[in-house]
Design a protein around this ligand. Structure first.
Ligand code: SF4
Ligand code: SF4
Length: 449
């Protein structure tokens, strides 16, 4: 395999799709896990046997900032079952059997949402079930809350320090150039930028951000987005999406601020920069103005037959989406997410959740097994690591359970981009070593506290 890389990343080919978004019809049965993204599961607000309409709240987000969960089809809630996630966790999930009517809850539109207080706007985002994608999937209200809450910093005085959000960066292209959903969504915006405009202004009103940045791939043609930026004095940043991971949140934060981001414990937003995908911003507009909750999501399906972008209701069986993409034959391996950062899963009998931006499929003859040979010390991984870590050493510390050494070598700053694994001639499972190390250290810390 020819590998093309540059200092702090690798060169990947952009995946070309038709640029269209295909709508997948509502399924007869959906399965909705109570936990969508990180954080505790939402608390049930309906009962088995209840009839529900599309958009009806099924469960209230845990704590004051957890995202609510909504029905994605109309019908009857028939069961709560265990759902096994690819990361090994098991989560309770609601089953809705559809009535085929696709009846929606009554809209409750507010034509002047910007008059509402920042707290009210944040609550509408939480109630709308909006999540922050493009990183650790999390309730957007929770991300904003964390980014803005004061924090005890000064150990000697016990004083708290406010953490203002100074910049919001809106990303219009996927971080992984194999995926195309955000570019396809941006193409549909055209000159109809009212929702984008509202979403950005709502987020600026809540956070008090001083500067908005629109981050696009340098190959994107987006006159409507450019015009909106010009009218509002937003900064337009054009990056090369083929230079992976230049569109990841830490690298966008670096481009915005000109400084190295603090990536430890995924703290990019604590540097005063909130990086959000364009679909999150559009969902924000719908949640605050139309009170329309999140009941569907965009997904790229990328496999041997090419790539396509689809929109499907949450809870739709992945088998239905793969079949709509015409890629159901000769599947050797499936990855939930893109090829660089996704997690392998063994079954298509799994529902679409807010955490799944893509399905990557490999044909049987494309599947290779990780060899995990010993590190030969070639240093390629250190060259491509965007965070300037020493992945070879880190992987060895984790492989041999030297957890303290791994922590001292900044294991928690790893953004799990997969560049090191991509170039490693020894075929080492680099990201898996890093994830295992973080999991061990966090569970030790929890048991000691
Ligand atoms: S996965 Fe972590 S260690 Fe490897 S290149 Fe990415 S940031 Fe660096
Ligand atoms: S690329 Fe692989 S073999 Fe080379 S130093 Fe890194 S871990 Fe070791």
């Amino acid at each position: 395999m020819d590998i093309s890389f540059f200092s702090r990343g690798i060169k990947l080919s952009r995946q070309v799709t038709s640029g269209k978004i295909e709508q997948i019809p509502p399924s007869e049965r959906v399965v909705l896990p109570l936990q969508q993204g990180s954080g505790p599961p939402a608390e049930l607000s309906i009962e088995i046997g209840d009839a529900v309409e599309v958009g009806q709240t099924l469960a209230r987000g845990a704590s004051n900032s957890g995202a609510d969960l909504h029905a994605s089809i109309s019908g009857e809630v028939t069961a709560i079952e265990d759902l096994h996630f690819p990361n090994g966790t098991t989560v309770k999930a609601l089953v809705i059997e559809g009535d085929g009517k696709d009846t929606w809850i009554e809209p409750d539109r507010d034509d002047k949402p910007l008059i509402a207080s920042p707290d009210e706007l944040l609550e509408r985002i939480r109630c709308g079930g909006v999540i922050r994608e493009g990183g650790e999937t999390k309730s957007l209200a929770q991300v904003i809350d964390e980014a803005m809450s004061p924090r005890g910093h000064l150990f000697s005085t016990g004083s708290t320090v406010a953490k203002p959000v100074r910049h919001i960066a809106v990303r219009f292209a996927d971080q992984d150039p194999h995926l195309n959903a955000l570019a396809a969504l941006t193409a549909t915006i055209g000159d109809e930028t009212a929702d984008l405009d509202l979403g950005v202004k709502v987020l600026a009103a809540i956070t008090g951000a001083e500067q908005i940045h629109f981050v696009l791939d340098n190959k994107q043609n987006s006159p409507g987005v450019d015009k909106l930026a010009e009218e509002n004095d937003y900064v337009v940043l054009r990056l090369d999406a083929a230079n992976y991971p230049d569109l990841s949140s830490p690298m966008v934060a670096r481009a915005v601020s000109g400084k190295e981001p603090d990536t430890a414990f995924k703290r990019v937003h604590e540097n005063g920069i909130l990086v959000l995908d364009v679909d999150t911003v559009l969902q924000t507009a719908l949640a605050v103005r139309d009170r329309r909750p999140v009941v569907d999501r965009l997904i790229t399906v990328y496999g041997p037959a090419g790539a396509g972008v689809f929109k499907a209701r949450l809870g739709t069986p992945l088998a239905d989406i793969v079949s709509a993409a015409g890629q159901e034959k000769n599947i050797g391996k499936m990855v939930l997410g893109g090829p660089m950062k996704g997690l392998a899963h063994h079954t298509l009998d799994f529902p679409l959740t807010k955490e799944i931006p893509a399905i990557t499929l490999f044909a049987q003859n494309q599947v290779t097994l990780a060899v995990n040979d010993p590190c030969v010390g070639c240093g390629l991984c250190a060259m491509v690591c965007p965070i300037r870590l020493t992945p070879g050493m880190l992987s060895r510390y984790c492989e041999f359970s030297s957890w303290d050494l791994a922590q001292e070598a900044h294991l928690f700053s790893c953004i799990e981009c997969g560049c090191c694994a991509y170039v490693c001639p020894a075929g080492r499972s680099m990201v898996q070593f890093m994830v295992q190390g973080k999991t061990e250290l966090l569970s030790t810390r929890r048991s000691e506290s």
